[in-house]
Structures are given as structure tokens and as C-alpha cells.
Ligand binder design. Sequence first.
Ligand code: NDP
Length: 499
Amino acid sequence: MNQASNILTLPTEPRDFGFYLDGGWIASGDREVFERASPAHGVPVTRIPKCTGDDLNAAVSSARAAFEDRRWSGLSGAERAAVLLRAAALIRERSEEIAYYETLENGKPISQSRGEVEGAASIYEYAAGAARSLHGDTFNNLGDKMLGLVTREPIGVVGLITPWNFPFFILAERVPFILASGCTIVAKPSEVTSATTLLMAEILTDAGLPAGAFNVVTGSGSEIGQALIEHNDVDMVSFTGSTAVGRRLLQAATGNFKRLGLELGGKNPQIVFADANLEDAADGVVFGICFNAGQCCVSGSRLLVERSVAAEFEALLVKKLSQVRTGDPLDPQTQVGAITTPAQAKTILRHLRGGPEEGARLACGGSVIETDAGQFIEPTLFSDVTPEMALASEEIFGPVLSMQSFGSVGEAVEMANDTEYGLAASIWTKDLDKAVATMRQVQAGRVWVNTTITGGPEMPIGGFKQSGWGRETGAYGVEEYTQVKSVHIELGERVHWVS
Ligand code: NDP
């Protein structure tokens, strides 16, 4: 820590991580190693092994053994909950270390990383309760001679593929629920942000999770990720990432008909009606596109504003966007950090160039922020966007907002639903009837009214349409990793079929 400025300092050398198998670390040894440079500073911060096919097989075997011998699935919900609660406490104990590596690898502001680590601990606590309350059903109405039970059983070995935008938080939205259900896990974090998933493996072991219940293989998505999704001894894959890879997963799953949970992309509408508190709405819209530098599956990237207030609202946005503090993510005052990967920065820049070429009007931003090192892009607003423009339809995954206008509730809903995605939507109005009517018609797995990108583990998350399948978090988040068994118990003497 640089005491004078309160800014954390960079590591003097990258931290070496191995990968995590059967309850312990495996050193990189003679495997190839991926050196991750901080996207904000350009200096190497971590070294992560590229696991081999044999490593993956060993991880799946370890998870399989831990599942089959019931060392985890055979425990009571209360015992599983105790491990998850200890894990939450250990996350809090190690929160500074986790937040530091999250920021170094991802480029997000340290204040945000700290918030996400605290949020993650609280998700583990919620899931501990879910482990205890998971239950099936009974049918006591089948007559005196029959009792019907519906039990929920853990599905087995879950392959967990997580992206680089919220490496620790997205992990927390899945891992404690998968473990609460009694399943075991082979996780494959994004190659560029593996550190905090590996730290979590150590934390879970320290919390008392039996060996083999949580394994982490590292390496690239196209190699080790693809091998994991094709693996025939994996019962389910939970994937969060692009719709393109999600589609590949559908094909890979056919080998053993594995179950899939998919959380994919979004082009999420922010619908602002003229009767909204426009100052509040502008603040929410700016947060919704700048949070995590817009690299968020639920970013509110498609702004739809009622025509009568469009000019006024645009002026409010331009003022607020110009005040957002973008820069060094190790500075606690920073609100928007670096773009996480060069590929992502390239995609965003393509849209910044393409917007004006398509006829959109640049209202503010639109440029790279020049620094000595790192990838930073100005929060940007394009106005006069029309539905056929790439700005209106493609998930840019950056701090780039496109603005269109509408004249009626019907037109707003039509425009909001004019997308292949259906992940999230936000509605800004002071008219409750209008809010509820719009909420009911919008095709999205999550809807926010007079707020955006907020929530807690109580509520389920997931998408409509091409934004995915299944739900994470909440009671649904545990059930997602179970399968249902119907049991008929006949009582008394059997009436013989052969007499
Ligand atoms: P990907 O879908 O390629 O990456 C997401 C995760 O999938 C990463 O862990 C990645 O590993 C892994 N992966 C990549 N290819 C495969 C594969 N063939 N089999 C199994 N796993 C694989 O997204 P990108 O990083 O390329 O980002 C592209 C776009 O995807 C973004 O612009 C954004 O639109 C969207 N995206 C959406 C996210 C969301 O939260 N819904 C998150 C991330 C991206 P690795 O990184 O090691 O290659």
C-alpha cells in the first residue's frame, strides 16, 4: 500500500499458482504456464499452469470418487451448511487478498472488488441455509395403500465454466449452491482470471470440504474448457459466457446428454418513461452502463427514452458520464477501471468506429483514454440510434450506451423485445400501473423497476430466449443441480396380478 496516496501498489513479481486437485495444490511442474499481465498496468501479476488432458481426467475422477462414495453428498444439509458458513468466514478473513488479485487480473476498481468479495461471502451464508431447506414433496392423497414421495438428489459431477468479468462473484453465485445440493465440481475459470477461483479452492478445503468435492483445472477455454464440456463422466455443465460458446456447448453435450445450465449474453433495455424522476433515472442508466466498464451480462446497454424527454435526458446523461472517474483500479476513488482483455478492447473500439459510420450521433466519449499502460475507454453515448444498427443489436460488452426513442408504452415494449436476448430489463417510471404493465410484457429473466443491477442471493437469475437456460441463486439455484425421483411405496398386502 502506498500510504501517502492510499493506493495499493503492484506486486514486484507475479504470484505462481498451481492448480487444485483432490483437496490440494498441484504445482505447474513442466506444464506450460500462462503469465497474466494486469490489464490496467501491463505488468505480470500471476502465473497459471495450462492443465493437460490427463490433469482434466484426474480432476473429473477425483470429483466422481468424492460423489460416488458419498463423502459429501451423504452428509446432512446441516453438515454441508457448516462448511459453507466456515467458507464465508474465511472469505471475509482473506478479503483483501482476494480483492487485490481480482483487481490485478480483471482491471476492475478495488472498491468494487471489495464489495463483490463481501457480497460473495454473504451468498455462501445464504446457500448454507438453502442446504438445510432443500427438500422434496410427499403425496399422502394416493389412498391408504400408497404413499408417494418426490425426492431431490444431487445430479453428480458438475463442470463449471466461468468468465472473466466477475470471476469471484459469478463463482459464488454457483459454487455454494452446487455444493449445497450435494454435487461435486470441476471448475474451469477463464484463463485470464483464474487466481481467485484457485484461492477459493484453498478456502473450501480449509473450511472442511472433503477432498475431491471442488477441483480447479486451468488453461484456455478452447482447449481445457472444450475438453471439460465434452467429457462423458461429467453429468452437468454450468456455463456463463458468450452465446457463441453456449451454442458449441449444446453440441458437445450430446455425447452423454449432460444437463446444461447456460447464462449467456444480453442487450438489455433501459426503458425511461417521461414521468420518471429523470435525475434518478440518468444516474441509474449511467451506473448500468459503466459498472464493470460495461463488461456485464446485465449491463443496461440499450437505452429507450420517451421522445418528449429525450433531449433533456440526453443532456443529463452527458453531464453525468463526463463526471465518471475512470482510471487506475488500485485507486479506491476509481469508478471504472480497465477493459479486461485486448480482444474485448478491440471489439469495443470496432463499435466506437462503426457507430458514426452507421449514422449514429456521438453524444459524448468515444475514445481510448491514453495512458502509459493499460486499456481504458471513455464512457460513451451514441444517440439517434436505429434498430438495424449494430449498436442497437450486438452485445458490445463495454461502456457504450446506445439511445433510441419511443412514443408509447406499446412501442417501448416492442423495441425492448426486439432482440434475440432476454436477460434483463430496467423500467423507470413513477406510474405503478405502467411499471407493472411493462414488466409483464418485457421478455427478460430479470426486471428492475426504478433501479438497475441490484439484488441478492434470495432472487433467481437467468435468461429468457437466447440468454440462456436454467436459474442460479435463490431456492431455484440449488434445485438446478438436483434431479427429481418419484417414489411409490405400497403398504399392506398386495392384490396379486397372478392369482
Ligand atoms: P467466451 O464465451 O469465449 O468465454 C467465457 C468462458 O468460456 C471463459 O471461461 C472461456 O475460457 C470459456 N471458453 C471459451 N471457449 C470455450 C470452449 N470452446 N469450451 C468451453 N469453454 C470455453 O467469451 P469471450 O471471453 O470470448 O468474450 C466474448 C463475448 O462473450 C463478450 O464480448 C461478451 O459479449 C460475452 N461474454 C458474456 C459473459 C457473460 O457474463 N454472460 C461473460 C464473458 C463474455 P477462456 O477465457 O480461458 O478462453
